[in-house]
Design a protein around this ligand. Structure first.
Ligand code: EPU
Length: 346
């Protein structure tokens, strides 16, 4: 493809589809399994090749083949790196499975704090990029810092919470497009788990599950178990029904738009934000447009959660894009609200 001399650990023409949870077809011209920061440093510097960082492929839509170099993050390691009067500090390698990491914090030393984020597919390194969140907690709430390899210089840089500019499903990585051109590749993430732990149990689905289990003041393990049960009930397991989690963001609309919609649709779930805007439940909007459980080509919106797009078997990137557009058009026409896709498109 070009005259570049690539390290021996770079493979050519690798399957990508099987490495993503939505299982759309696609191949990478070059592919490297990254197990150490040294490997990244070897690949740093000027290169004509486009780069893309792959974790567990659980938030990725392949729209075709990729002619660049895919860096599959497999840097492992998890450790308690310190504690003070207020918190424990735990660190995970970018390639660690997210759920296994959460389970480890609960089992190993019982360092509570990440339990609401149990069973989210993906890796530790990918988690800060979209600021994963569920059941009333966001990664940003427990984040301390991360280390990343600057792919221009090969040097390690450290980003603290402010530098990451976290927002709803957003961070500086998405704002700057670093998740697309692999300018900074996350290698390790450190979490701050406060010792003054309080259960976060007010999210409707979670509260109902804990109620049913008659758990008035649950501990972190019990919250994790309840979260796992709710997720298993509502969200498809990618191993049997390929999907990439929520396919759209819950839209944030101005206060006057939120008021107008609430007046017309009193049962529309909406959540007032600190900045006065209103977050609407995209799953509800999609369901009301008749798309819950509906299929176009081989792609469909899941029957138990309309916000999740699923591959019903052999779907192509083009079919997924066509379905996404049809859903966006329906919601715009009916409610005047624009839906933005949540996963990364390659
Ligand atoms: N709803 C419907 N119909 C549906 C789906 C949802 O009416 O088909 C309603 C529900 O009844 C509820 C509201 O919409 O009143 C919210 O639904 P739910 O609690 O299932 O959460 P969500 O807003 O659809 C978000 C996250 C999920 C996360 C859950 C729980 C986004 C884009 N999605 O979904 O995250 O697990 O909250 O916190 O913010 C992901 O990002 O991939 C993901 C799964």
């Amino acid at each position: 493809m070009n005259g570049e001399k690539l390290p021996h650990f770079v493979e050519r023409d690798a399957d990508l589809g099987g490495r993503t949870t939505l299982a759309l077809p696609g191949r990478a011209a070059f592919y490297a399994e990254i197990k150490s920061v040294e490997q990244l440093a070897q690949l740093a510097g000027k290169s004509a090749l486009r780069r893309f960082v792959l974790g567990a492929g659980s938030n990725l839509v392949l729209t075709g083949d990729f002619d660049g170099l895919v860096l599959h993050m497999a840097i492992g390691g998890r450790e308690l790196i310190g504690e003070d009067d207020d918190a424990w500090y735990v660190r995970g390698g970018a390639g660690e499975d997210w759920h296994a990491f959460v389970e480890w914090t609960l089992a190993k030393g019982c360092w509570p704090g990440l339990e609401n984020l149990a069973l989210i597919p993906g890796t530790v390194g990918a988690a800060p990029i979209q600021n994963i969140g569920a059941y009333g907690l966001e990664l940003a709430d427990r984040f301390q810092s991360l280390e990343a390899c600057d792919m221009l210089t090969g040097r390690t840089v450290r980003l603290d919470r402010d530098a990451c500019r976290f927002a709803y499903r957003d961070s500086v990585f998405k704002q700057q497009g670093w998740h697309l051109d692999a300018r900074l590749v996350i290698t390790r993430v450190t979490f701050r788990l406060p010792k003054a732990w309080q259960p976060l149990a007010s999210y409707a689905d979670l509260a109902a599950e804990l109620d049913q289990r008659q758990l008035g003041r649950p501990n972190a393990r019990q919250i994790a178990d309840a979260v796992i049960a709710v997720r298993r009930r509502k969200l498809p397991d990618p191993a049997s029904v390929p999907n990439a989690g929520s396919f759209f963001h819950n839209p944030l609309v101005e206060a006057n738009v939120g008021e107008r919609l609430a007046a017309a649709h009193p049962d529309l779930p909406s959540y007032l934000q600190a900045d006065g805007r209103v977050k609407l439940a995209a799953g509800w909007l999609i369901e009301r447009c008749g798309w819950k459980g509906r299929t176009l080509g081989q792609a469909g919106m899941y029957e138990k959660q309309a916000l999740v797009l699923v591959n019903r078997g052999g779907a192509t990137g083009a079919e997924v894009l066509a379905l996404a557009r049809a859903v966006q058009d329906a919601v715009r026409e009916r409610f005047g609200v624009a839906l933005t896709p949540e996963p990364v498109f390659l």
